[in-house]
Write a protein of this length. Structure first.
Length: 403
């Protein structure tokens, strides 16, 4: 079978939440014997030649297309979005050049199945030829994501109004467009059920992301580790959450263990300056910056903080930290995508500052409890979230769409 992947990034190196699942899908389908082609519309193509070269060392690619997305001013995109009645990111990624070249590639490659990566690329469904089957691999429902953002995000009045307008657009788009695909791939049953409520005709397939094998097989695990780690964005609501955690929770936690460390891992930005200044004055808080190999810092820690409050999608950092043998402290809503998660068995669910402080103190004082959670979390991910176990599931998804 021939599979064409249409994406916003060349999935190499696989180092972010967009690239990783796309890379593994391509790798596994190549391993299954299918012929692969790739079409990319991206704002940044400066390293496209080297990225494609690296990808080709892992995946046999019969044909490729890379088109640069022209830079446009935000107000221009917003205005055109209103005029065209398209959602902002669909308007942002609307390119006549890419549409023409993609149509030509489809005509020449003659794919049996076309993988449209994320909702962003679903806008090119009309390029599909009659013979090809269409798979929208969206990760999560954008409508559900927007609902979560309105409900749990720290939004100003203007931003909240804009998000409500987006929600109306997103629900209408997903309800009308997704039934036109042969199947819609989500990461969780919760997202699939949500889409079915929007339109029962949407055909969904649920395949969660996996965890890198290096995380699951990094050698012997030291479950006596206690240090805390945060991996993720150091901007916006997450930066504000970290500042409040350091100010309100950290003093009580370090009263129990004065030698405890909190390691902050994330890319340095100008916006993070307030956090960097704060970290410099607080005992035990270590600003690690960007770390290429997270296994290095995971091995030094025992408890992970994942303050992502959402019911949509699978939170990769949460599952990854569980796989690395850490006790993950996160909002109960964040575990929606991990149906086997159980509080204080293989997960730690907290929904307020007081609960977070109490839970971490409990984990520090009770070594047996902490080690039980760490081991159980590692075993859960090792059992249910290995990438190579997705080969059969991906293959079945494309075979179903072909039928």
């Amino acid at each position: 079978m021939k599979i064409l992947y249409i994406a916003t990034e060349i999935p190499y190196p696989p180092n972010n939440g967009v690239k990783i699942p796309l890379y593994h899908s391509m790798r596994l389908m190549d391993q299954a014997g299918h012929e692969i082609a790739l079409a990319v519309l991206s704002e940044d193509i400066a390293n496209s030649e080297s990225d494609l070269k690296g990808l080709r060392t892992m995946v046999k690619i019969s044909d490729d297309l890379v088109v640069q997305l022209p830079k446009r001013k935000r107000w221009e995109v917003m205005l055109n979005s209103v005029i065209s009645q398209r959602m902002y990111f669909l308007e942002r990624y609307n390119s006549s050049e890419f549409r023409n070249e993609l149509s030509l590639l489809i005509e020449l490659f003659k794919p049996d199945a076309i993988h449209f990566d994320l909702i962003t690329m679903s806008g090119y469904l009309d390029c599909k030829n009659q013979e090809s089957k269409a798979i929208a691999s969206i990760n999560d429902s954008y409508s559900l994501f927007t609902e979560n953002n309105i409900k749990y995000g720290l939004l100003g009045m203007k931003e909240r109004l804009f998000r409500r307008f987006q929600l109306i657009q997103a629900r209408s788009y997903e309800a009308k467009v997704y039934p036109r695909f042969d199947c819609v791939h989500t990461m969780t049953e919760f997202d699939a059920s949500y889409l079915k409520c929007l339109n029962a005709k949407i055909q969904t397939v649920v395949i969660p992301n996996g965890v890198e094998e290096s995380v699951l097989t990094q050698g012997s695990y030291d479950f006596s580790r206690k240090d805390l780690i945060y991996v993720g964005s150091l901007t916006g609501k997450y930066m504000r959450w970290l500042i409040l955690f350091i100010q309100n929770c950290w003093p009580t936690i370090t009263d129990i263990n004065p030698l405890l460390k909190l390691r902050l891992v994330g890319k340095v930005t100008d916006e993070a300056k307030e956090l960097v200044d704060l970290v410099g004055s607080v005992q035990g808080v270590v600003f690690e910056g960007f770390v290429p190999d997270l296994n290095v810092v995971y091995r030094e820690c025992g408890i992970a903080l994942v303050p992502i409050k959402q019911s949509c999608g699978l939170i990769n950092k949460l599952v990854e930290a569980m796989g690395a043998g850490l006790a993950v402290v996160a909002p109960s809503l964040s575990y929606t995508g991990v149906p086997s998660a159980e509080n204080y068995k293989n997960a730690v669910m907290c929904d307020s500052e007081n609960e977070i402080t109490e839970a971490i103190c409990k984990l520090l004082e009770d070594d047996l409890l902490r080690e039980k959670i760490q081991k159980s979390a590692h075993e859960l991910v090792k059992r249910d979230y290995r990438w190579d176990d997705r080969l059969r599931l991906y293959d079945k998804m494309y075979q179903i769409s072909e039928d």
